[in-house]
Design a protein around this ligand. Sequence first.
Ligand code: ADP
Length: 494
Amino acid sequence: MLIVHAAPEMAPFVKVGGLGDVVGSLPAAQAAAGHDVIVLLPGYRPALRAAAAVAGPLTGPRDRVDVPWLGGVLSGNVLEVEDRGVRVVFLHQPELHDRDGVYGPPGGGEYGDNGLRFGWFAAAALAWLRERGLTPAALLLHDWPAAPIATLLRGHPTWNDPLRGVPTALVIHNLAHQGVFPLGLLRELGVPDLFLDTDGAEALGNANFLKGGIRHATVVITVSPTYAREIVWPGFGEGLERDLLARGDDLVGILNGLDVRTWDPARDPWLPVPYDATRPAGKAAAKEALQHALGFRVDPSLPLFGVVSRLVHQKGIDLVAEVAPWLVRESAQLVVLGSGDPALAEPLRGLAATWRQSVAVIERFDEGMAHRIYGGADFFLMPSRFEPCGLGQMIALRYGTLPVVRRTGGLADTVIDVLDHPETGNGLVFEHADPGGLRWACERALELFRTRPELLAAARRRGMLADLSWARSAARYEEVLRRAAAREQASLTA
Ligand code: ADP
């Protein structure tokens, strides 16, 4: 299958958030499964620099693509690198891309012409495919910057368009960013009004790039099955719940994988002794080293809870702060590593000042400390209010650290409560996003730790043995893409 991704980010070349990680992993897993895979990216200056540094000189500096643009043509350069079996193609338009930022200047904010920048990218992606005579078996469009491709494709094709009938899958990583611009922009790109009404890309008088994708893509994919079910409800769908609901069975969730090479307790330079499910002894050494590093009492019998998170309301850090005094009274230890809103860490900071031997708050982004917490903690707290997929709980599972999570989004899809399901459980799960809910789950964690050591060990082992790899996700993507292709074929022949 020729699979083409269009995306605004791809690790290690250009990464702002989790989308960059997914596009850094999924295409390579698809290539490893035997597919031809191309990733199309805007040729922002920082991305081109990183690509040259990581993957060697870019080829094709004199290659060009002529993009139909606002009644004329706006050409761009085409530069390529090969990365883990994936052909990575940068579509570079100097006026739009020769700047230091991705979505906005490095200091923050957004570029005022992002509608044009990503509108051009969408048009350029299709122009490049047509010019090169490539007919993908599927086009994967990541988030709002690539979403207009679905709208353009639905709105454009004539009977002889080579891309007519190519199935598109809009992959939603973050519903909060939708790409809202003046409606005239899509009209000028040649999208007929038919596709720009409230059942199309129009929302509240503007063009909403993401909404257009939701309405016009063959299928819509979110990064976990439970999140796909949740976002059709008001309050979860960021205003697009009706559009998502209208997609019915064409809205599916596929769990992200984990980069199991980076996250591997058997080969983690930050841990004192390697361990895995067959050699679990190193886990105790990791806990001892963490207790020591944090200035905690070094004692294996004291349960150690860890948090590694952005400090934002979504992640329920305030709930952790509410439950923390109770944890201290129960002789538990707590380490919170987080960066973001300092106000959310305030109550924890006070507690850490008083209880130096049992509470630590580290307010920075610290890769090494994150690894040591995943390795050294007994339990990993993730009381998110919503969670499209979540990586933290998957890393914790792999490190034999029991996730304590709220039943939402990707957390609900990866963690099974071990007290409710002793044969299959791998963590602890609670329902209510309030301090009582989290405390209830922590009480159960303590019960498990203190009175059910064998069950705890079995749950740890199950987590470490779970298949969290991208290969699994890639197989599921293939299934969904084949279904989408069949659907487009059926509508062509109808
Ligand atoms: P989100 O992408 O919403 O922040 P995820 O759980 O999907 O949440 O991914 C978060 C990732 O960022 C994890 O790999 C986690 O270990 C890492 N992370 C978050 N905060 C920090 C921090 N302060 N220091 C180091 N790593 C962090």
